[in-house]
Every structure is written in C-alpha cells, then in structure tokens.
Design a protein around this ligand. Structure first.
Ligand code: NAD
Length: 366
C-alpha cells in the first residue's frame, strides 16, 4: 500500500507539501496532527544531540524518531530516555538505510565539524531535509558543495543557528528593523569559554577545522550581521596565542573587526582560553540593546535604552528552533536567516578572518 509520503512524491511535490495533504485526508484528525510533525533523526549522539533530544520532548511540530550512532550501547539509553523506537537507530555504515524509512523527514547532523560536509551530502542524496550544526563546514568550498547538493536533491538545508528562534535575540532584530535603535552606529560582540580536555576533537584541526572562531566566534559573526542587517565588506583580525601547546593546531583567542557598507564597524572577539566572555552590544543613534549572556543556552538577559528586557525563557532554545524549522518545512513558513546560504556567508567571513591573521592583520576585502 502506498504511504501518504509516496502519494505526495507522486504528486510531484516534496513530502512536505503537507497543507494540501491535510485537507485530502482530514477524516482522521489525530493522524493529520501526527503527520504534520517533522520527524527527525539525529546523526552523532554526543552532548549537543542530547540537548536537542531533550528540547524536542517539548516540541509540538517536530518529533525525534531515531538516531545514527557508532556506539550500539547508546541505543538502549536513548530509546528509553527519549521514547525512540529501537528499530530507528542506524550505524554510520548503514546511514543510507534511512532512505527507505518513510517515517524520517529530516536528519540533524550533530557530528564534529569536519564530518558535516559528508553527512549533509549523503542525507541530501537520500531526499531527506537536512539541519546541520554550526559551523556548517570547515571551508567555503565544502559549504558551497553542501548547498549545491541540497539544491540538486530539492531538500532544505538549515544551519543550527538557534539564536534566531530565541525571544531576546528576536526582539533585538525586531527593534533594529523597526528603527527603534535609529541608525546603527556600532556593534560589540564577544563570546568564548575556557576549553577543558586537551584531547577533545575541538582542539584537533582535522576534526574541528579551526578553534574558538569556528566554534563560538561564529555566533559573533552571525550576530554582527543580524544586529546591523548588513553584510560586511572588509575584515581585519589578529590572534593572541598564550598557550601554544594546548592550542597547537587551532586558534585560541581572536579579535577582529567587520566593516559594513554603512560605515559601521563591528568589534568582535572569541576565545577558548578564558570564561566570563559573552556579550552583544548594539548601539544606534536613538537607542541600544545589550544582551549578556547573549549566545549560551540561557537564560539570555538584556537591557535596552527603555530598561530591562523581559521575555519568555520557559523553553529551551532548541525547542523553539525545531518547532520553527518544522513550520518552515511542513507549513511553508518563510525561511528564517538560518539557511545554508546564511551559513556560507559566515564561512566566507571566517575564511577572511584567518586570511587576515595569516597576513599580519591586513584588511581583507570581501
Ligand atoms: P560531542 O563530542 O559531544 O559529540 C560528537 C558526536 O560525534 C559523538 O557522539 C561522537 O561519538 C560522534 N563522532 C563520530 N565520529 C567521530 C569522530 N571521528 N571523532 C569524534 N566524534 C565522533 O560534540 P558536540 O558538542 O555534541 O558537538 C557536535 C556538533 O554540534 C559540532 O559541530 C558543534 O559545533 C555543534 N554544537 C552546536 C551547539 C549549538 O548551540 N548550536 C552547541 C554545541 C555543539
């Protein structure tokens, strides 16, 4: 018997043209609601995947239905902890078997950075929508290939930029767009932490691609873009390396400036070697927004020229994110600024930052 998904594919659309389908089969209200949930498999069941899985317990429009892991012992734990059917767990070798599982709409890649490229492309080839963690890749070329593969396969590619779904950040963006800050005059963004285990993949270039910049500095790059609503035209950067042994392969602390067409300069920094470093300060000629903390798991806190900000902090960021992405995929809501193309813009900026450092802080034009 044909599944609803097969039927849709035959109609020539993706399996996500579900609003049409809902009206076709609205005789079963429960099935309709269930079918309108985005069914997601997490790939790489590490610490971030666990956070996403926990957050998804509270999702209304997205549902965790499986996992891909190289550690079979995780299947029992994950199955009981998150209520996932054991039949929906796969090894990396069996990844392509997901293609034949009609209950999987999208895969969420939560592997180390250098593995994103391979798994996004493999997922796209199976016709599954893809959500990929940040940084989307370890090079501009990889990012372009990932976008091209998803485009060719007709699937969505989203990057895990959860801040775009978080209420304080959304309010900042709303205020900027509404002109409540006036003309943006300056952005100051920094984010970092002291990394622990010297043997972790984050400190290995082959797996991480880079250090603090790729991992958490990317939040500041993205924030400078959503705080100004502009794309930078030049970059200059310098690196401070106070522990050349631990940070032999990847960057430790980087400061950089991003120049925008309006003339605004964003002053940014990131680190893997100290704590208490997390802020986004956006100053316009009519007002300001200061978020601190600004990018961590929350609660985000902030104030503006009007006083303390007070927004909903009751949900995990990933709950908002996954319900938001489900709405885009299932219900055709406009894509937020978290598409593969947005990830590529950040990768180009990262590339320019490393080029500037290599050239002794030279201004790199974008
Ligand atoms: P992690 O080390 O906790 O998990 C990585 C997973 O990948 C593990 O399950 C590990 O077994 C698996 N893996 C498969 N092959 C591997 C290999 N060759 N080497 C190492 N691990 C391998 O890492 P994490 O903190 O969960 O990060 C995973 C991804 O999620 C990264 O891209 C990271 O940037 C991203 N992340 C995003 C956020 C966010 O807030 N958006 C937060 C943390 C991490």
């Amino acid at each position: 018997m044909k599944s609803r998904r097969d039927f849709l594919l035959e109609l020539g659309g993706s399996a996500f043209s579900l609003p049409i389908l809902s009206s076709l089969t609205s005789n079963d209200a429960d099935a309709t609601i269930a079918d309108k949930q985005l069914k997601v498999v997490l790939v790489g069941l590490g610490s971030y995947a666990e956070r996403v899985a926990t957050a998804m317990k509270d999702c209304k429009k997205a549902k965790l239905v499986g996992g891909v892991t190289g550690t079979p012992s995780k299947i029992d734990t994950w199955s009981s902890k998150f209520g996932v059917d054991k039949a929906n767990f796969y090894s990396y070798k069996d990844f392509e078997k997901l293609k034949d599982n009609p209950d999987v709409d999208a895969v969420y890649i939560t592997l180390p950075n250098s593995m994103h490229h391979e798994y996004v492309i493999r997922a796209a080839k199976m016709g599954k929508h893809v959500i990929c963690e940040k940084p989307m890749s370890v090079s501009v070329k990889q990012a372009e290939e990932m976008i091209a593969a998803c485009k060719k396969a007709g699937v969505k590619l989203y990057i895990g930029y959860r801040m775009h779904f978080e209420p304080y950040t959304r309010e900042l963006i709303r205020m900027r767009k509404a002109g409540e800050l006036g003309k943006i005059m300056h952005v100051n963004a920094y984010f970092g932490f002291k990394s622990g285990d010297p043997n972790q993949w984050r400190l290995k270039k082959a797996l991480a691609g880079g250090g603090a910049l790729m991992d958490v500095g990317i939040y500041c790059i993205n924030a400078a873009r959503y705080a100004t609503g502009e794309e930078p035209v030049w970059i200059s950067a310098e690196e401070a390396k106070t522990d050349p042994v631990k940070f032999k392969e990847v960057d430790e602390t980087i400061t950089w400036q991003m120049g925008f067409p309006s003339g605004v300069i964003a002053s940014c920094a990131t680190t893997y070697n100290f704590n208490n470093f997390e802020r986004l300060y956006v100053v316009g000629d009519k007002g300001f927004v200061e978020l601190s903390p600004a990018y961590g798991y929350g609660p985000i806190k902030g104030r503006t020229h009007k006083g303390e900000m007070s927004w909903d902090t009751s949900k995990m960021h990933q709950t908002w994110q996954m319900d938001g992405l489900a709405d885009c995929i299932l219900n055709g809501k406009p894509d937020p600024n978290v598409t593969g193309e947005e990830g590529l813009k950040d990768m180009k900026i990262i590339d320019a930052i490393y080029k500037s450092i290599a050239a002794g802080g030279k201004k790199i034009m974008l």
